[in-house]
Design a protein around this ligand. Structure first.
Ligand code: SF4
Length: 170
């Protein structure tokens, strides 16, 4: 029996959390408490609604127009172990998996364990805390200039951050 994911909300057809039409899963719980966060209601690790990975995949399978799934929050990597079966299922369906994290790529690699396992299944990581002083409304798919859109697979292969050059993410 898979551990449930504590979910703050699901958007079944998002066009703001990555290119194309995506299912975005906002997880409940975030340890970062960035000043100016847009989703403060997702900070407590209590609350939210539990979903099994199977339930989330069933939602995914109901929309054949989806091009990918985005894990957002909250902090997805605080529930990395519970998200692994969902991430596996997304990749098995040939869909792009993106994740937002307040931790940087380097911090997630250093955490190892489930965090690294989840990272390894992602195609794209938008990393780093939201920094109010670096906020810009002109940025696409990220809130502040310090955040990076990372090509995860190339970065893991290179052993250092490689930014996403795919024009869909610019
Ligand atoms: S990491 Fe994201 S959800 Fe968490 S406090 Fe920062 S902006 Fe908010």
């Amino acid at each position: 029996m898979c551990k449930p994911v504590l979910v703050a909300g699901i958007v079944g057809d998002s066009i703001t959390d990555g290119p194309g039409i995506r299912m975005t899963v906002f997880v409940q719980g975030c340890p970062h408490h960035c000043e100016g966060c847009h989703n403060p209601e997702t900070h407590p690790f209590e609350g939210g609604k539990p979903y099994t990975p199977q339930e989330l995949l069933e939602k995914l399978d109901k929309n054949p127009l989806l091009s990918g799934v985005t894990l957002s929050g909250g902090e997805p990597f605080s529930q990395a172990g519970a998200l692994l079966p969902l991430a596996d299922g997304v990749r098995a369906r040939g869909l792009e998996l993106a994740a937002y994290s307040g931790w940087t790529f380097e911090e997630l690699v250093q955490q190892g364990g489930d965090a690294l396992a989840l990272l390894s299944l992602c195609n794209v990581l938008v990393d780093g805390r939201f920094v109010l002083a670096e906020r810009s409304l002109s940025l696409r798919f990220r809130g502040s200039r310090n955040q990076r859109i990372v090509d995860v697979q190339k970065s893991l292969a290179a052993g250092e951050v490689v930014l996403m050059h795919d024009g869909r993410w610019q």
